[in-house]
Ligand binder design. Structure first.
Ligand SMILES: *[C@@H]1O[C@H](CO)[C@@H](O)[C@H](O)[C@H]1NC(C)=O
Ligand SMILES: *[C@@H]1O[C@H](CO)[C@@H](O)[C@H](O)[C@H]1NC(C)=O
Length: 406
C-alpha cells in the first residue's frame, strides 16, 4: 500500500527520486514528510559546477510536497548563481533547509538582477535554515566596485541572503562569509528567530552590514557573532518588536537603528530592545541615525539599550540626527524623524575617543523621554571622556560617567 502511494506521489510531482519521502493518508488528506537531498537532484558539490538548477529542482519538489519537509545539502561546496527559493509551499507545515555544506556565490556581477540578492527565500512560512553550513558571498572580488560609500547614486551590490515576506522563520547555526553587500536582510518578515549565527568579513569591507531589518515585526536575534565592515545589525524603517541579545559585535560599526529619514515612503520604527551584548573595537556601540532634510515625518519610539559592554569602542552611545555618510549632505532642514522613549542603561567599558556619549537630536523635533541610567565609559586614549548634546534633554539616574552635558 505504502509503495503504491509513494509511486503516485512521485508521479504527481514528476520527480524521479525522492529520497526517503513517505506519504501518509489520514483523514483523506495526504501527508508526507520527506528529505530532498540536493545531490539526488543533480548537485555536484565540487565548488565548480553550477548547482543552481539542482537546488531549484530540490526546492520545487520539497515545496510541492506536504507535511514536514527537509532539504538536505550534504557537506561539499556548491557553486550557485543568484537563486530564489519561492513559496508559498501550500501543504508544507515546516521546511527545514539543512545546510551542512558551503554555498558559494558566483563573482560575475552581470548575473545578478537589479536590486536582487544572491540567495533569496520569498513568501515561505515555517522555514528553518540550519545545519552548520556557510553562505560564502565571495565578496572580496566585488568590493572594489562598490561606490556606495562615496556616491549616493551608486549601484547597490547584491545582498548574500534575503528573507522576503516570510513568516515564522528560524535561522540557527549558520555562517555568512564575505558578502558582497549586506550579509543578511529581512524584508517584510513576520516572526523571525535568528541564533548561533556567525558573520564574518574584514573590517574594511564596504557596506557589509551583518543583518539588516526592514518592515519586519517580531524579530529576535540572539547568541550570534558579527565581525564585518559596516553595522553588525541595522534596524531600518518599518520594524517593530525587535529583540537583539547576546551579540558579539566587532569589527564593525555597531548596532544601529537607521539610517532613517532618507526616503519618503518610510514607516515608524518602534519597540526595540538591544541587550546583553559586547562591542569590541567597533566605531560605534549603539546608535540611532537619521538624515537631515527627511522628506517624511516618522517616529522612532520605545527603544531600550541595556547591559552592554564596550571594549575599545570609538563612540559607544550615539544619537545622530544629522547623519551623513558622505563628505557633504544637505542639512538645510532639520530631521523630521521624531525620537521618543529612548533608554540607555547599564552601559560600561572603554572608549578610544573622548565623546563617549553623543546625543545630537533634531532641532525641529528634539528627542523626548530620553534617559540614561548607570553609564560608566572611560576613554583609554587622550583627551578625557565627555558627553555632547544638542536639542536633547535627557534624564539621568544611577551612576553616570562621563558626566551629563551642561
Ligand atoms: C500517519 O499519520 C498519523 C497521524 O498524523 C500518524 O499517527 C501515523 O503514525 C502516521 N503513519 C505513518 C506510517 O507515518
Ligand atoms: C516597548 O518595546 C518592548 C520591546 O519590544 C515591548 O515589549 C513593550 O511592550 C513596548 N512598550 C510599549 C509601551 O509599547
Amino acid at each position: 500500500m505504502r509503495l503504491v502511494l509513494l509511486y503516485l506521489c512521485i508521479i504527481c510531482h514528476g520527480m524521479a527520486t525522492v529520497d526517503g519521502a513517505r506519504t501518509n493518508v489520514s483523514g483523506g488528506k495526504p501527508k508526507s514528510s520527506g528529505t530532498f537531498n540536493v545531490k539526488e537532484y543533480g548537485a555536484r558539490g565540487n565548488g565548480r559546477s553550477d548547482d543552481t538548477k539542482a537546488f531549484l529542482a530540490a526546492w520545487d519538489a520539497a515545496c510541492k510536497s506536504s507535511g514536514q519537509v527537509k532539504i538536505l545539502i550534504p557537506s561539499g561546496t556548491y557553486f550557485l548563481n543568484p537563486i530564489e527559493f519561492n513559496g508559498p509551499c501550500r501543504d508544507v507545515q515546516s521546511l527545514k533547509f539543512q545546510m551542512q555544506g558551503t554555498l558559494r556565490a558566483t563573482t560575475d556581477l552581470r548575473k545578478y538582477g537589479n536590486g536582487k540578492g544572491w540567495v533569496e527565500f520569498r513568501h515561505v512560512d515555517g522555514l528553518t535554515v540550519t545545519g552548520g553550513g556557510t553562505f560564502d558571498g565571495q565578496g572580496a572580488v566585488s568590493w572594489p566596485f562598490n561606490k556606495c560609500p562615496k556616491d549616493k547614486n551608486c549601484k547597490v551590490l547584491p545582498t548574500s541572503v534575503k528573507f522576503v515576506n516570510t513568516k515564522d522563520t528560524v535561522v540557527r547555526g549558520i555562517t555568512s562569509l564575505n558578502s558582497k553587500f549586506f550579509h543578511m536582510a529581512l524584508l517584510g518578515c513576520h516572526n523571525f528567530k535568528g541564533s548561533g549565527i556567525t558573520i564574518s568579513a574584514p573590517g574594511t569591507s564596504p557596506n557589509t552590514d551583518g543583518i539588516h531589518l526592514e518592515g519586519s515585526t517580531g524579530v529576535t536575534i540572539s547568541g550570534s557573532k558579527v565581525a564585518t565592515g559596516d553595522d553588525c545589525i541595522s534596524i531600518g524603517q518599518g520594524n517593530s518588536l525587535v529583540t537583539i541579545s547576546g551579540i558579539t559585535c566587532g569589527p564593525g560599526h555597531g548596532i544601529s537603528v537607521g539610517s532613517l529619514g532618507r526616503y519618503n515612503d518610510e514607516e515608524d520604527v518602534k519597540n526595540v530592545i538591544v541587550k546583553d551584548s559586547t562591542f569590541q573595537g567597533t566605531t560605534n556601540g549603539v546608535r540611532i541615525k537619521t538624515w537631515a532634510n527627511s522628506p517624511a515625518i516618522t517616529k522612532v519610539q520605545n527603544m531600550t539599550f541595556d547591559n552592554l559592554v564596550m571594549k575599545n569602542v570609538d563612540y559607544p552611545i550615539v544619537i545622530d540626527q544629522t547623519y551623513c555618510p558622505f563628505a557633504k549632505c544637505d542639512n538645510s532642514r532639520a530631521s523630521r524623524v521624531k525620537l521618543s522613549d529612548i533608554h540607555f542603561k547599564n552601559i560600561r567599558g572603554t572608549t578610544k575617543r573622548p565623546e563617549a556619549v553623543i546625543l545630537r537630536c533634531s532641532k525641529g523635533t528634539p528627542c523626548q523621554k530620553l534617559s540614561l541610567h548607570n553609564i560608566n565609559l572611560k576613554n583609554i586614549g587622550f583627551g578625557g571622556t565627555l558627553s555632547t548634546c544638542l536639542n536633547a534633554k535627557a534624564e539621568y539616574s544611577g551612576n553616570i560617567f562621563p558626566p551629563p552635558c551642561q
